[in-house]
Design a protein around this ligand. Structure first.
Ligand SMILES: NC(=O)c1ccc[n+]([C@@H]2O[C@H](COP(=O)([O-])OP(=O)(O)OC[C@H]3O[C@@H](n4cnc5c(N)ncnc54)[C@H](O)[C@@H]3O)[C@@H](O)[C@H]2O)c1
Ligand SMILES: O=C(O)C(=O)C[C@]1(C(=O)O)C=C[C@@H](O)C=C1
Length: 342
């Protein structure tokens, strides 16, 4: 928002967090002199209604938004407090990090991502317009939904997958070091979000337990069937083994069919990018230099993955770019002395 010329005042119940965010360029931690255009509450879900109610009672803003990962609960809490909710919209940017706090923040986090808005019949048009302006400043894609429909949808695409990721990662806790050191990109993809703050996720799941439990019981049924199929594959009987193979194929094929439905950036169909792989030393500033060199060559990096080599101070950076930009980027990085890999 600061980059787009908006004046941002930061407040946090831990003033150090607001100071750090201000020092990073996210705004000022000085209080505004009077009511602001819009107050955006990004506290943990269980505190959202309380923080919003306090701001509304003080008349802190013309419009009030929150960005909590659940939408039905906070709205009902606000209604129970008897507040006039015409000036409020519950929102949820569908993008985040597994790390907390201002040091984990990035200015382009929401670019091209869906940002859910849950206005009701009573929402002031002026406030809806402020919310749309905010989403547009962050270059996100607005999606209007009913609060409860949102909660059912994120149970499927965010909350249940989060728990499954935690359960896969939990298998590693007491695993032998010899096995853990073999971790490749597959398990990194599946477990990244398991690094998130449990306190935040207890709040999120506590506000959406029913839909998540329903989905997890469907996953449990798939797990039971898959275990049965794997046991059948161990059988000495040919027919049993064939049955086992069919069962495994079924779950893998259904996985393919679901995976192709995951949209790429901007909510469109997934795009085919080409990957340019660079070997880096594990030292501060390396990624920033690669990005600067790519920028100088006029190449937009669409996505990036980093794979650290076990036991070495080196890593492989996979830069995903539009196919026509791959050759330009390869040449520019080679010219600047980067070691490229296939
Ligand atoms: N991290 C994500 O992936 C993500 C994505 C979309 C939405 N959200 C939602 O955004 C909100 C913030 O999540 P985050 O990941 O930025 O967490 P965070 O821990 O980085 O930030 C939360 C901040 O709220 C402050 N806080 C706690 N209680 C407060 C209170 N009562 N009053 C004022 N400040 C208070 C904390 O000090 C902290 O600085 C949550 O509601 C979360 O559901 C998170
Ligand atoms: O990718 C991450 O690290 C996230 O935290 C992302 C994610 C998600 O599940 O998509 C997690 C919770 C938020 O409510 C929104 C986004």
């Amino acid at each position: 928002l600061v980059q787009r010329g908006v004046t941002v005042h930061l407040a946090d119940h831990d003033p150090q967090q607001a100071r750090t965010a201000a020092a990073l360029g996210a705004g000022t931690d000085a209080a505004p002199e009077g009511p602001v255009d819009v107050a955006i509450v990004a506290a943990p879900p269980a505190h959202v209604a309380g923080v919003l109610a306090d701001a509304m009672r003080r008349g802190a803003a013309r419009g009030y938004l929150d960005v909590a990962s659940v939408k039905g609960g906070p709205r009902r809490e606000l209604e129970a407090l008897g507040l006039d909710l015409g000036g409020y919209i519950g929102t949820h940017p569908m993008s985040g990090r597994e790390k907390s706090g201002p040091l984990a923040a990035t200015a382009d986090l929401f670019e091209g991502r869906p940002w859910v808005l849950t206005p009701t019949r009573d929402t002031d048009t002026e406030v809806l317009n402020l919310a749309l302006e905010l989403v547009s400043h962050c270059r996100a894609v607005p999606v209007v939904m009913d609060a409860d429909a949102h909660d059912r949808a994120v149970a499927l695409v965010s909350h249940m997958p989060h728990l499954v990721s935690s359960m896969v990662a939990a298998r590693l806790e007491h695993a032998e070091e010899a096995a853990v050191r073999l971790c490749g990109q597959g398990i990194r993809d599946v477990t990244r979000i398991a690094a998130s703050d449990p306190r935040m996720w207890i709040d999120i799941l506590s506000a959406n337990p029913g839909p998540v439990a329903d989905l997890l019981s469907d996953v449990a049924a798939d797990l039971d069937e898959t275990v049965r199929a794997l046991r059948a594959l161990q059988s000495s009987d040919d027919a049993e083994r064939r049955k086992g193979g069919t069962g495994i194929e079924d779950v893998l094929r259904r996985g393919n069919a679901g995976q192709v439905r995951v949209p790429g950036k901007h909510g469109s169909a997934p795009r085919a990018y080409e990957t340019v792989v660079v070997l880096i030393d594990d030292q501060p500033g390396q990624l920033a230099r690669i990005f600067a060199d790519a920028g100088r060559a006029g190449v937009n990096i669409e996505d990036v993955r980093i794979e650290h080599a076990t036991g070495q101070q080196a890593g492989l950076v996979q830069l995903m770019v539009e196919p026509k930009a791959a050759a330009v980027l390869t040449e520019a990085l080679r010219d600047r002395g980067w070691a490229l890999r296939q």
